[in-house]
Design a protein around this ligand. Structure first.
Ligand code: GLU
Length: 458
């Protein structure tokens, strides 16, 4: 890692960064996604470390890359044929300097400790940027929900919560959804928590159903928030989304509600994708058909293309980033957009790229966008709308209130604008105007670092 490439960093700062990075590699081998996420934050920090030697004296870097607590557990469950399966459960409680640990649960076969740590680390700074008093954590399992029946999903969730319940709580740790965990799973998890604890503790989980403590606009929040962030970036450049061609990857919750908000702002969204391939729809994605295919039938994007008729075509495999667009919203999963894909987008004239997923762009891709002057919204700022409305859900639960959709969406819009403006102003202050990666990393880091220093050696 060439921290020494930084144009202004002092030798002391570079040596602190290199020490922290090398120590992490030694102590946590085999966690490439975690290393990638840490490296990206460390690389943004030289200006703030140079300006504030007290952070170095307090060994803030070493502390911040070490989770406060890591929980690993066995999750045994039975399928519909009576066969026994054993999955692994994780909850990494990364940092609680700003509030209770907060972050989603991911159920996907790729989940391992390194993935959960990368997501938890990102979550610390993302949550700090919301300004809503939430710490960072993440969890999940290598359980694969694909093709499982409702009953199997319920039994798995019940078994998962039978261990997790002792570690979570409305003032301790508040999980929510992520890939593979939506409203149905949160329902089963909440039901089991309530049975075991004999408490109506609505604020222990977010993403609940509207009728039993969930917030309006939580389902929409990540996708809506990312498009709001994109609109703010464009506005700074005197542009907007109206009439723009947009490519979206993924077809889960984030992708669907990115399509919805982008269309509402006048954009023409022409793609969605899944692990089998992507759909190009020249007339623009038919949102109702997409929602029905994904949310009701739990089908694939190929099913959408088949029903949509002549305007849509399904491309098996291939890269959705080859489709020409003014704006790209990667909303599937980590490292889905590499350097070659970024070059293809830039060649086709992309103006803005904003991360709906967590770390979907590789470091090479981010460099391509920065060098080309493309407006780039990093996930920890751009996709913070989901966790922000989760924090609003916690607030409603604490006050036993239930807000209207309009109120929740208005608050979300204000939060996204504030995150945008904070990142923009911080980047400018630290000599990197227009660089939202630097702005997000430094602004998030400073909030957490200041709280940690004020709280003693934590
Ligand atoms: N999983 C989402 C994220 O990556 C939301 C977490 C939450 O609502 O707690 O931010």
């Amino acid at each position: 890692m060439a921290f020494s490439d930084h144009p202004t960093a002092t030798p002391e700062t570079i040596s602190d960064l290199v020490d922290c990075h090398d120590r992490m590699l030694r102590r946590d081998p085999g966690e490439p996604e975690f290393h990638q996420a840490v490296r990206e934050v460390l690389a943004s920090l030289p200006p703030v470390l140079d300006a504030r030697p007290r952070l170095a004296a307090a060994r803030l870097l070493e502390r911040i890359v070490e989770p406060e607590r890591q929980i690993l557990f066995r999750v045994p469950w039975q399928d519909d044929e009576g066969r026994v399966h054993v999955n692994r459960g994780f909850r990494v409680e990364f940092n609680s300097a700003l509030g209770p640990y907060k972050g989603g649960l991911r159920f996907h076969p790729s989940v391992n400790l390194g993935i959960v740590k990368f997501l938890g680390f990102e979550q610390i700074f993302k949550n700090a940027l919301t300004g809503l008093g939430i710490g960072g954590g993440k969890g999940g399992s290598d359980f694969d929900p694909q093709g499982r029946s409702d009953d199997e999903i319920m039994r798995f969730c019940q078994s998962f919560m039978t261990e997790l319940y002792r570690h979570v709580g409305e003032s301790t740790d508040v999980p929510a959804g992520d890939i593979g965990v939506g409203g149905r799973e949160i329902g089963y998890l909440f039901g089991q928590y309530r049975r075991i604890t004999n408490r109506w503790e609505a604020g222990v989980l977010t993403g609940k159903g509207r009728g039993w403590g969930g917030s309006a606009c939580r389902t929409e929040a990540t996708g809506y928030g990312n498009v709001m962030f994109t609109a703010e970036m464009l506005r700074r450049r005197g542009e907007d989304l109206d009439g723009r061609q947009v490519v979206v990857s993924g077809s889960g919750n984030v992708a669907i509600y990115s399509v919805e908000k982008a269309q509402a702002l006048g954009a023409n969204v022409v793609t969605v994708s899944d692990s089998h391939g992507y759909v190009v729809d020249e007339k623009g994605i038919d949102l109702e058909l997409l929602k029905h295919t994904k949310e009701v039938e739990r089908g694939r994007v190929a099913d959408y293309a088949e029903r949509r008729g002549a305007s849509a075509r399904f491309v098996a495999g291939g890269s959705v980033w080859d489709v020409p667009a003014d704006i790209a919203l990667p909303s599937a999963t980590q490292n889905e957009l590499d350097g070659a894909a970024a070059l293809a987008l830039v060649r086709n004239g992309v103006r803005a790229v904003s991360e709906g997923a967590n770390m979907p762009c590789t470091p090479d891709a981010v460099k391509v966008f920065r060098d080309a002057g493309v407006a780039f919204g990093p996930g920890k700022a751009a996709n913070a709308g989901g966790v922000a409305v989760s924090a609003l859900e916690m607030r409603q639960n604490a006050g036993r209130e239930s807000w209207t959709f309009a109120r929740a969406e208005t608050e979300l819009a204000a939060i996204m604008k504030d995150i945008h403006d904070t990142c923009y102003a911080t980047a400018e202050r630290y000599g990197a105007p227009g660089d939202y990666v630097v702005g997000a990393n430094i602004a998030g880091f400073e909030r957490v670092a200041d709280a940690m220093i004020a709280q003693g050696l934590v």
